[in-house]
Design a protein around this ligand. Structure first.
Ligand code: SAM
Length: 239
């Protein structure tokens, strides 16, 4: 129970609380990350305490956007080793969660995590974000799309906003300085049907890490021409 208190403090900070079952799942997840990381490149962070703070607590802090607690369907775009999607799912066990990534080795890892720690209503998708949001079963179907460390805001908006229902949200997890990125990306957000609603500051317990959540509300449908072909958003970001 070495990390119980710090994780509980992080949960309390976002209006949630930890319990032993949730904590046990986080520790199992940590152990799976360390085991798989020996053969598959999942994360450069391998120390227990750093995994807890930089991956788990950082992900938990997304609940500072409190409507996330009411969401029924969430997609995590470019989830990698499962951040922030798996921590959200461990805490909010009843949500429908989709974890999408273009690297199959990471998807195989996530499938193992889902089985071992018994996460229900969790689907993985191996593929490019731009390809799946064109399909009617995914387009504008999620209450919330989340993403961390995948691309700048202009590019990311084209990958994520098409999945969100009108009235839902896209939450981009960003580093300490977001002002320039917001200036460069706000027109793209608007073209794709979004509106920047809030910037929420995040602090990680017992560290000097300071992050930001960019909260984007979907206010109108995404025009049919978006997303453009896979790779185009990164090569020619919307301006
Ligand atoms: N979100 C995780 C985190 O914060 O630890 C992983 C971040 S990692 C730097 C970026 C991930 O995004 C990679 O796993 C990569 O495969 C995925 N990715 C990048 N572009 C993508 C796209 N167009 N569609 C799906 N996945 C993508």
């Amino acid at each position: 129970m070495k990390y119980y208190d710090i994780m509980n403090s992080a949960c309390l900070d976002v209006g949630l609380s930890m319990n032993e079952e949730i904590y046990r799942k986080f520790i199992q997840y940590k152990d799976l990350i360390k085991f798989w990381n020996e053969k598959v490149n999942l994360t450069a962070i391998t120390d227990d305490e750093q995994i807890i703070k930089k991956h788990f607590i950082d992900s938990i802090k997304i609940f500072k956007f409190s409507p996330l607690k009411e969401a029924q369907s969430i997609i995590d775009i470019g989830t990698g080793a499962g951040f922030p999607g798996i921590p959200i799912k461990i805490i909010k066990s009843d949500v429908d969660m989709i974890l999408l990534d273009s690297l199959n080795k990471r998807i195989n890892f996530l499938n193992e995590v889902i089985n071992k720690i018994e996460l229900k209503y969790t689907t993985t998708i191996h593929g490019r974000a731009e390809d799946f949001s064109r399909k009617s079963e995914y387009r504008e179907k999620c209450d919330v799309a989340v993403s961390r460390a995948v691309a700048n805001l202009a590019v990311l908006s084209e990958l994520c906003i098409p999945y969100v229902k009108v009235g839902g949200h896209f939450i981009a997890m960003k580093g300490p300085s977001v002002e320039d990125e917001i200036q460069e990306g706000k027109n793209a957000v608007s073209i794709l049907g979004g509106k920047i609603e809030d910037i929420i500051k995040i602090e990680i317990e017992d560290s000097d890490l300071k992050h930001n959540l960019v909260v984007i509300k979907k206010v109108k449908e995404t025009p049919n021409i978006y997303p453009r072909r896979a790779g185009t958003a990164a090569k020619k970001p919307l301006k």
